[in-house]
Design a protein around this ligand. Structure first.
Ligand code: GUN
Ligand code: FE
Length: 430
């Protein structure tokens, strides 16, 4: 016999579709074995007499998804932020990532990454690591232990990379195939192909990776048209392909699992057609694209084209783990874009909250919304009220995204289990 249902009461807010927020004030959620049985204004008669955990005016929301984060860049948060993309990569990122050849460095850093994400309410994420097999393997098993929902990949780099952070094509393919083979079959944590970006991957490497993707049924994550310099350089290096996106389509990466493309700031019509045709997921990383001054993702036009969109912290291009903050920043940047390009349309807070929750959650299955049949991966938010002021529940949630922080996340439920980030960290470093 399964366990009894748990019943929670509070102001329940979820986004079922882009631009929509539903809010049930002082509503009820029943959860059994980590799965939501129902969400109601009144508790159904069948639950009469059941014990209810009442969060009062607390706001119950789905946990966040971060679809683009470099676990290996955790210590770079807030450093070198006055650089542009290529200087930042060469001066900070590549030397720092090289440290992961030493497994003790990975043992020190990676538990902190997981704790930081859970602290900020992120329970589902797609991670880049580095080229180093052992550190990638360690991180994979730490994610498994944490209970997070994740994709994680061994990064590939066989050209245009420094001597201290580069692989041969053969090595890169062999280690990636081994990584996929030894880490498949998990329920919550799954491997994914992770060519860093086209400029650091030879055509032979990309062809080999696509072959692994087809053979082992694994998806792809990479950076796509992140900056003008990147997209121009890619065209120069890959003259046989029309655009960045054309490379991944023609080599056959896009039909084997999720295809997650970070940034997508300068997509051409060819790219748009491809993203749409294969149901790819794009990831908007507002802080990162501001810090490395890449540009602003055209969120509302991608939305109009029916393309999947989510949010990412892009640590360490981005400096903070809070995806809720990226929701606020996505609105801000869309307004800047509208200001400079009057034909562009800004987005609303309800759009951004969808990207932060259901949008990103969609690549993991039944997470990112509070509705029947979905996992109870949820947060309770509180303390956003000002004495003497009367804000609506959606306003309090918007404020959390702009001015709240992890202290306003009062509870975290992962698969229905109350989760303490410090306790997870302690298990990972034991
Ligand atoms: N392009 C290639 N590598 C990176 C990286 O580590 N971060 C970002 N933001 N862009 C990249
Ligand atoms: Fe990135």
């Amino acid at each position: 016999m399964g366990k009894r249902s748990e019943i929670y009461r509070g102001n329940i807010v979820t986004s079922p579709a882009m631009g929509e927020l539903t809010c049930l004030e002082h509503g009820f959620i029943a959860v059994k074995d980590g799965v939501i049985e129902g969400v109601w204004q009144q508790l159904p008669a069948g639950y009469a007499g059941a014990e209810v955990t009442d969060f009062g005016d607390g706001i119950i929301i789905p946990a966040f998804s971060d679809l683009h984060i470099h676990a290996s860049q955790y210590t770079e948060r807030g450093v070198g932020m006055d650089s542009l993309l290529f200087d930042w990569l060469n001066n900070y990122t590549f030397p720092q990532e090289a440290g992961f050849r030493d497994i003790t460095y990975a043992e020190t850093i990676y538990p902190q990454v997981i704790r930081e994400l859970l602290r900020h309410g992120t329970m589902h994420a797609s991670f880049f690591t580095t080229i180093h097999y052992d550190a990638c393997d360690l991180f994979f098993w730490m994610l498994e232990e944490s209970g997070m929902y994740a994709y994680t990949g061994k990064v590939n780099m066989d050209m245009n990379s420094p001597d201290f952070l580069v692989e041969t094509t053969e090595e890169s393919l062999r280690e990636t195939d081994r990584f996929i083979a030894e880490h498949s079959g998990g329920e919550r944590v799954k491997p994914i192909l992770t060519p860093r970006f086209a400029p650091t991957c030879s055509e032979a490497l990309l062809k080999g990776l696509a072959e692994i993707g087809k053979r082992r049924h694994v998806g792809l994550q990479t950076h796509l048209v992140e900056s003008r310099a990147e997209s121009d350089w890619t065209k120069e290096l890959f003259p046989a392909y029309r655009t960045d996106g054309d490379i991944y389509e023609r080599l056959g990466f896009l039909e084997n699992g999720p295809a997650i493309f970070a940034h997508v700031i300068f997509p051409e019509d060819v790219d748009i057609g491809i993203l749409k045709k294969y149901g790819c997921m794009t990831v908007h990383c507002p802080d990162a694209t501001t810090n490395i001054t890449a540009g602003i993702m055209p969120v509302s036009s991608l939305k109009a084209d029916g393309i999947g969109i989510s949010l990412g912290s892009d640590i360490g291009g981005g400096h903070g783990a809070g995806i809720y903050r990226q929701a606020g920043r996505a609105v801000q940047l869309s307004k800047m874009k509208e200001f400079y390009e009057p034909e562009y349309r800004r987005i609303k807070f309800a759009d951004a909250f969808y990207l932060a929750t259901a949008g990103g959650g969609s690549v993991f299955g039944d997470v990112g919304q509070l509705k029947e049949g979905f996992r109870f991966n949820a947060l309770v938010i509180g303390g956003m009220e000002d004495k003497g002021a009367a804000h609506t529940v959606p306003e309090l949630l918007e404020r959390f995204c702009y001015i709240g922080d992890d202290r306003n996340i009062l509870r975290r439920y992962l698969d229905g289990v109350l989760t303490d980030p410090d306790e997870v960290y302690a298990r990972l470093v034991r």
